[in-house]
Ligand binder design. Structure first.
Ligand SMILES: Cc1ncc(COP(=O)(O)O)c(C=O)c1O
Length: 440
């Protein structure tokens, strides 16, 4: 297929700023561009034809206002139809992108002085992963994960994207398995020109976040590989950012430390309002890039954002305008930080309660607890019974739901169990294990 002239222009800009990016893109990534079709023509019309007739965009208006049904609009208070029912730009609402970026610098002080792209809005983080996969993954490309990972990554990247997901054990003792991580990424770098490394902390399913020193080691290892000539794409999935319950885990996203290390190291940040603002169904996520660039940063990132928005235009077209406007309003609210902190405190109390309850020695006979210090979840490793059989028995007899993730491990979302019920929940689990041991 011929590469469109607009894509060629974007590729030239990107190549000029960092030639390694061209080797990191997938075939689709190289071909992507943002079309100057209906959207550009209608943007031009908005500027010049506002007081005459603007017959460009595919929405309906009445007396120059967005046409709408009272049965819909009566449920949306505080937002105009033009800010909720009309299409959002494929890039996302500009003011929201700017605010999210500003907040990113506040949440990650070590980003100060470093240049990153403007975040592009995705339809939740799931879609962010999918956009990333379209742009950077070709069939058989290697994507490295720990053995404890969010299962949907398989569907997005290996089932749909034909990637080769390969894993290393997440833990060594009570901490991150640095040696296993290094061995895995080095081996893959020996056999590939490009590797993709996903870093998800707080981790789903374990609720583990690395310490500062573990984070520094990860950054050193990936930087060294880039220096030795491998193209490294490090993707931080920061879905559970900010849900930190102890002093040990890293406060900032690893993205801040990865985004300015080496031209062969591209950092991609996937994050969202989903969990950070407790708005799962509003579907507002973001994709942001950071790397080392020659010359004008703004021009380079603009080209990358255009390709990203082109991918969004070609898949979901744009994310929910209503969702984005609500998130933008929330970010502008003076009390948002206080409100968030209150909810994080509730989750922290639950995590602490889980730790206290699980300190009971009788539990140690039947399961081990994986390290956890953040996020929504914690995991246990069963010693005597099969996890899936236990899950079914627990559900059937005790009406308690948990997730079995393999033969031995159970994931428990304390994010959705009130503090006063945590002790009883583990007691039911213990009883269910004992039932099965007796029956065996
Ligand atoms: C690690 C991780 N990444 C991404 C997501 C998806 O987030 P979203 O709802 O924004 O698509 C989840 C949700 O469960 C998750 O656990």
């Amino acid at each position: 297929m011929q590469i469109n002239p607009i894509a060629q222009e974007l590729n030239a800009i990107i190549k000029n700023g960092n030639p390694h990016l061209m080797e990191m893109f997938s075939k689709t990534g190289r071909r992507l561009f943002f079309p100057k079709g209906i959207l550009t023509q209608s943007a031009e019309a908005r500027q010049k034809a506002y007081d005459r007739f603007n017959a460009t965009i595919g929405i309906a208006t009445e007396s120059l206002h967005t046409m709408c049904l009272p049965s819909v609009m009566s449920h949306i208070t505080g937002l105009r139809a033009s800010d909720s029912l009309t299409y959002a730009p494929s890039y996302g609402i500009f003011a929201l992108r700017q605010m999210w970026k500003e907040a990113m610098y506040q949440k990650n002080p070590s980003l100060q002085g470093k240049s990153v792209s403007l975040p592009v809005v995705t339809n939740g983080i799931t879609h962010g992963i999918s956009v990333f996969a379209d742009m950077f993954i070709d069939p058989d490309d290697v994507v490295i994960f720990p053995d404890k990972m969010w299962g949907n990554n398989h569907l997005i990247m290996s089932v749909r994207g034909d990637a080769n997901i390969t894993q290393y054990p997440l833990f060594a003792g009570n901490g991150f398995n640095i040696a296993g991580f290094e061995q895995k990424v080095r081996r893959e770098a020996e056999n590939n020109y490009k590797i993709i490394v996903f870093l998800n902390f707080p981790n789903n399913p374990t609720g583990y976040t690395i310490s500062d020193s573990e984070g520094n080691r990860i950054v050193e290892i990936l930087t060294r590989l880039a220096e030795e000539g491998t193209n490294v794409i490090a993707v931080t999935d920061d879905a559970y950012f900010g849900l930190r319950y102890e002093e040990g885990p890293m406060k900032e996203s690893l993205f801040s430390r990865l985004c300015d290390r080496h031209p062969r190291l591209l950092a991609v940040k996937l994050d969202g309002a989903t969990k950070e603002l407790f708005v799962w169904g509003l579907r507002v996520g973001f994709i942001t890039y950071g790397t080392v660039i020659n010359g004008e940063h703004a021009v380079f990132y603009d080209a990358l954002e255009k390709k990203t928005a082109g991918n969004i235009r070609g898949t979901v077209s744009n994310a929910s305008h209503l969702g984005q406007s609500l998130v933008l309003k929330a970010l502008k609210s003076p009390s948002i930080e206080k409100e968030k902190a209150e909810k994080v405190e509730i989750l922290k109390k639950r995590a602490m309660r889980v730790k206290t309850v699980l300190a009971d020695p009788k539990y140690k006979e039947v399961w081990d607890v994986y390290p956890f210090n953040s996020g929504y979840f914690m995991c246990i490793k069963l010693k005597t019974v099969n996890a899936e059989k236990l899950r079914l028995h627990l559900l059937e007899k005790y009406k308690v739901g948990m997730i079995s993730i393999n033969d031995t491990d159970l994931r428990i979302a304390f994010s959705s169990v009130d503090e006063e019920n945590i002790e009883a929940m583990f007691e039911f689990l213990y009883k269910a294990v004992k039932d099965m041991e007796i029956a065996a």
